[in-house]
Design a protein around this ligand. Structure first.
Ligand SMILES: [Zn+2]
Ligand SMILES: [Zn+2]
Ligand SMILES: [Zn+2]
Length: 352
């Protein structure tokens, strides 16, 4: 993710902030401009704001409000005053939220919302449709349930909000023998199933998909049961990003998709914060100056990998020096690299 600054005073503000701690202006995320905006109450409106220091002409004159979910401190995104919904682009995808009168639910939901906003940021940055796209697929929707089963069905991503509890998440991580488990990881994975439907199934890419990932028509439930009974083949690392990816071609795609999103977003953040080895000129020295480009718009997959590999190694090293487990506990083999390149190609083609 990019770094954001307050459009009123220029100080750093974070994606999750609703106030600038330096100048005291309210701030919110403008999902059309994909940036944070400082706000000033627009008289005489109730909850109506104008953006400070952003845009000109019509944009400067137009008013915004906070998303309805701001009332629960669960969202800091902005909604144009003339929009048909009182929810922001990301919250409009919510079909079900937990019962907020139950103990602990609102805290869990807020964490889930933060992860979902990061997912939504990436999808909007790529320019991927949230509404089903040109092939008239169902819109992307979320059911955030307590004690639901995390998964995807026909456009609806279900997430068990219990996953927001770090103890429970760690218990499950160990139970399923996973190197990594996070809310954002879950959401990226499940969104992969949704975009499989859009980009592969309806995007006319089923044959090349099957060549790389295998035939998805095999019995899904039986495949998962077999995976949980006997685990992944010993040599899974040669062609899969994770052990779970071996369970079924759909899961392989969703795992690969999630990794692709991790990569792109982490490279953007590293570049923005000036801590990317390649951007800092550490890899090739000053003789080969690094040319900045928008990773969310980059056509060449190879150049993305050239940035991701040194970055992930540096992150792991940094993690270890602080006494943590590896930041990115995965190795990208030639087999998974080809699958990542396939995901990249479909994303590029899908937004072109
Ligand atoms: Zn400020
Ligand atoms: Zn919202
Ligand atoms: Zn899945």
């Amino acid at each position: 993710m990019k770094l954001f600054s307050c459009s009123a005073c220029g100080a750093r503000v974070y994606f999750e902030n609703d106030i600038c701690l330096t100048c005291g202006h309210s701030v919110g995320f403008d999902a059309d401009a994909l940036t944070m905006a400082a706000l000033e109450l627009a008289p005489p409106g109730v909850g109506l704001f104008s953006k400070v220091g952003i845009g000109n002409g019509k944009d400067a004159a137009s008013h915004v409000r906070y998303c309805e979910n701001a009332a629960h401190a669960a969202c800091n995104w902005l909604v144009p005053d003339d929009a048909s919904s009182t929810l922001c682009k990301a919250c409009a995808c919510n079909r079900t939220i937990p019962n907020l009168s139950e103990e602990g639910r609102i805290e869990a939901w807020r964490e889930v919302e933060q992860a979902k906003k990061r997912l939504a940021y990436s999808l909007l940055r790529f320019g991927l449709p949230l509404d089903g796209g040109p092939h008239k697929a169902p819109p992307l929707a979320f059911d955030f349930l307590a004690q639901g089963v995390t998964g995807h069905f026909n456009g609806v991503v279900t997430l068990d909000v219990i996953e927001a509890d770090p103890v429970e998440r760690e218990r499950r991580r160990r139970l399923f023998d996973e190197p990594y488990r996070s809310l954002l990881g879950h959401l990226r994975h499940e969104s992969g199933h949704y975009y499989w439907m859009l980009l592969v199934e309806r995007g006319g890419a089923i044959e090349p998909f099957r060549e790389l990932f295998g035939d998805e028509r095999q019995d899904y439930q039986a495949a998962l049961a077999a995976h949980y009974a006997s685990g992944a083949p010993a040599n899974w690392g040669e062609s899969y990003v994770s052990a779970y990816a071996t369970s079924h071609p759909w899961e392989d795609w969703a795992e690969t998709w999630a990794h692709y999103m991790h990569m792109v977003d982490a490279v953007e953040t590293a570049e923005a914060t000036g801590m990317e080895p390649r951007a800092a000129g550490l890899l090739f020295g000053a003789a080969w100056p690094f040319k900045k480009y928008d990773v969310y718009r980059q056509e060449s997959f190879d150049s993305l990998m050239e940035r991701w590999v040194p970055l992930s190694l540096a992150l792991n090293n940094l993690s270890r020096s602080l006494g943590h487990r590896d930041f990115y506990p995965f190795v990208i083999s030639a087999g998974s690299r080809a699958k990542l390149a396939f995901v990249h190609g479909l994303v590029r083609a899908g937004v072109r």
